[in-house]
Design a protein around this ligand. Structure first.
Ligand code: NAD
Ligand code: UFG
Length: 338
């Protein structure tokens, strides 16, 4: 039996297949490489000494899915494939709804046809919109998303609730990630944002490496510890391990479950910057700029439910996140580009 990982060549997917292979799972990857490189898969094979059965294809293409399901014995699907840039989603809503919502519908339909009944979905803390209070619990109010990316995640969560109700023989786990950062400790795989990064950590590390000149900090007048935005950063290998725990549980599970995957601790932009400077020994010049549209002041998880039910907690701390981000950046200044 194998695990199908859609979007397995991407940032979180590649780290998760690494963890799966190390735990002796067989892995089939489906990725159209729109935002990834097959070099990531080759590196994972190198680290683990295992083979990945890779299909270069699209979740929107029924024929790709039918071929894959007929050629493999799939026990569960971990669904990472999708588009994830908030800013781009505002400019290209159709592409975002097509990939993230329609693509997921096609995948679920083909799973039903192939009688594959276990599904783990990559959702996001973005579904909480502007938090009424922190920490965020799974029962906190969801909605009020401010961009098509966030709305696409919310829509899929709602679709999954309806689907689980209609198909009680399916087991579905929704994982709401907070802010994934860091890289595998080998420095062979990591986050390759391609172009100018949107997210904080890749931006900071590219400034430290001299690739970018300075960090723009979006606002220092939030009601937070130092005025800059606060987020719950989680090491990508901790996140990967969260998927292994969810997979263990899904075989015993009935119906639909939702878990926050976060560290439970919030750090500000300035705290992140200082921690990165300490880990890298480089200075990161910055400038305070106006707030970024759609940003919230602070957001962190209550990760108690994942601890109680999945037996999962984040193990890696801020120093680990910074060390591994810098290690990856130093070893791969051009990302996966040869
Ligand atoms: P990523 O862009 O690195 O990975 C997504 C992968 O999906 C890429 O390899 C891309 O080529 C592939 N893909 C996109 N559309 C596809 C399609 N139609 N068919 C097949 N493959 C397709 O992103 P990531 O950071 O690894 O995120 C993985 C998932 O987690 C996404 O669904 C994302 O929305 C979600 N998520 C990410 C974050 C984050 O900050 N990184 C936070 C919360 C949730
Ligand atoms: N920030 C800067 N300068 C930058 C980039 C970010 O000051 O150049 C600040 C932001 O204003 C925010 C914090 O750094 O306060 C984190 O920003 P990111 O863009 O790294 O992350 P977000 O919390 O905005 O969003 C991320 C993903 C979303 C996902 C969300 C919750 O990009 O897709 O986490 O999981 F929905």
């Amino acid at each position: 039996m194998a695990i199908l990982v859609t979007g397995g060549a991407g940032y979180i997917g590649s780290h998760t297949i690494l963890a799966l292979l190390e735990q002796h799972h067989d892995v089939v990857v489906l990725d159209n490489l729109v935002n990834a490189s097959d070099i990531a898969l080759q590196r994972v094979e190198k680290i683990t000494g295992r083979n990945i059965n890779f299909y270069h294809g699209d979740i929107n293409e029924r024929s790709d899915l039918q071929k894959l399901f007929s050629q493999n014995n799939i026990s569960a699907v971990i669904h990472f494939a999708g588009l994830k840039s908030v800013g781009e989603s505002v400019k290209k809503p159709i592409e975002y709804y097509k990939n993230n919502v329609s693509g997921t519908l096609v995948l679920l339909d083909e799973m039903r046809r192939a009688q594959v009944k276990k599904f783990i979905f990559s959702s996001s803390a973005t579904v909480y919109g502007t938090p009424e209070s922190v920490p965020l619990r799974e029962t906190s109010r969801i909605g009020g998303t401010t961009n098509p990316y966030g709305t696409s995640k919310l829509m899929v969560e709602q679709i999954l609730q309806d689907f689980a109700h209609a198909q009680p023989e399916f087991a579905i786990t929704i994982l709401r990630y907070f802010n994934p950062v860091g890289a595998h400790e080998s420095g062979l795989v990591g986050e390759d944002p391609g172009g100018i990064p949107n997210n904080l950590m890749p931006y900071i590390s590219q400034v430290a490496s001299g690739k970018l000149q300075q960090l723009a900090i979006f606002g220092d007048d939030y009601p937070t510890i130092d005025g800059t935005g606060v987020r719950d950063y989680i090491h990508v290998m901790d996140l990967a391990e969260g998927h292994l725990k969810a997979l263990e549980q899904i075989h015993k599970q009935q119906g639909i479950k939702t878990y926050n995957l976060g560290s439970g601790v919030g750090y500000s932009v300035l705290q992140m910057l200082k921690a990165f400077e300490k880990a890298s020994g480089r200075s990161v010049p910055y400038k305070i700029m106006p707030r970024r549209d759609g940003d919230i002041a602070e957001c962190w998880a209550d990760a108690q439910l994942a601890k109680e039910e999945l037996g999962w907690t984040a193990q890696r701390d801020l120093d680990d996140m910074m060390r591994d981000t810098w290690n990856w950046q130093k070893k791969n200044p051009a990302g996966f580009q040869p």
